[in-house]
Design a protein around this ligand. Structure first.
Ligand code: ZN
Length: 190
């Protein structure tokens, strides 16, 4: 989302409204100030999607869980100190049986490298929890240069960043098929 004011949510919502998908989920991140500073008003403004902030929704039997937090990154929204108990508690709250985990931050060392510094900024505590619960799919963004996919044990991890490092919008979205019987996820479009 662009902008720190409530009208940024209004603009985002009207774009989102145009998308034809039956179910749309929104998990905010470090750029999405209105959801931290004017939480109730921002959520009320988001009529075109279901807002997930540390909560689960079940759609057609598939359990989705979304969380916006990331290890402290500059002075941005939804920051918590890296390695802190507060951040760990956010990940502990993820239910054990989640099928699709959506977080803003990547787990540590999975598609989380910031170029050109080579620093891997993903969350180690999230990585631990993700491996413990083994969702079918773990989708995240945050580190734009890490866009792409990688398997961690049986979980397909997808960095679905919609812009590149220079904040230029990438021309395609990543599409994933999920099979809850075999608990496998397949990239359909990258
Ligand atoms: Zn981010």
């Amino acid at each position: 989302m662009k902008g720190k004011k409530l009208k940024a949510v209004t603009a985002f919502n009207s774009e989102f409204q145009k998308l034809p998908h039956t179910h749309k989920l929104v998990v905010p991140g470090n750029h999405d100030w209105p959801f931290e500073r004017q939480r109730e008003a921002a959520i009320a403004e988001l009529t075109a999607a279901t807002y997930l902030e540390d909560r689960q929704i079940v759609i057609d039997g598939v359990k989705f869980y979304g969380s916006p937090w990331q290890p402290e990154y500059r002075n941005w929204a939804f920051n918590l100190p890296r390695g802190s108990l507060e951040l760990k508690a956010k990940w502990t709250a993820i239910p054990d049986d989640v099928d699709v985990l959506i977080t803003h931050t990547p787990p540590n060392t999975v598609r989380d490298m910031v170029w050109p510094r080579g620093e891997q900024v993903g969350c180690a505590q999230l990585r631990w929890r993700m491996e413990e619960i083994s969702p079918i799919l773990h989708a995240f963004g945050h580190v734009h240069g890490g866009r792409g996919d990688e398997m961690v044990n049986s979980t397909l991890c997808v960095n679905a960043a919609s812009t590149d490092e220079a904040y230029k919008v990438v021309p395609t979205v990543i599409v994933v098929d999920i099979d809850t019987e075999t608990r496998t996820a397949t990239i359909v479009q990258a």
